[in-house]
Design a protein. Sequence first.
Length: 116
Amino acid sequence: MVISDNRGSKTINDVWKKVLPNATIISDRWAAQLKIIPKNHQICLAHLLRALIFLEESEKHTFDTEFKQLLVDVFDDRKTLFKNKQPCQTNSNEAILFEKRFNDLLLITIDQENML
């Protein structure tokens, strides 16, 4: 915890400058978080899921529904692994299938034909 007169990216960079080159920052897309330069950025999946729920309800596109379901399945898989005290492994069959589903989703063209 750090006391600061602001919540800007300069404060984040100053406080975390030694660890940022090797860090993965999980962000809710707050502007100050997006301006810093860590090794990797990741959008918070819970925030992404919330945005997908909104898109699914307002846009009614196949991609939104399928991507939302993929995230729900990832969360469910993680809960099961945690419950069974098993690590997440990037080369597991489940991880490979999740990646394939995600790659397949990236091939979807967003047009009127894919609307629900």
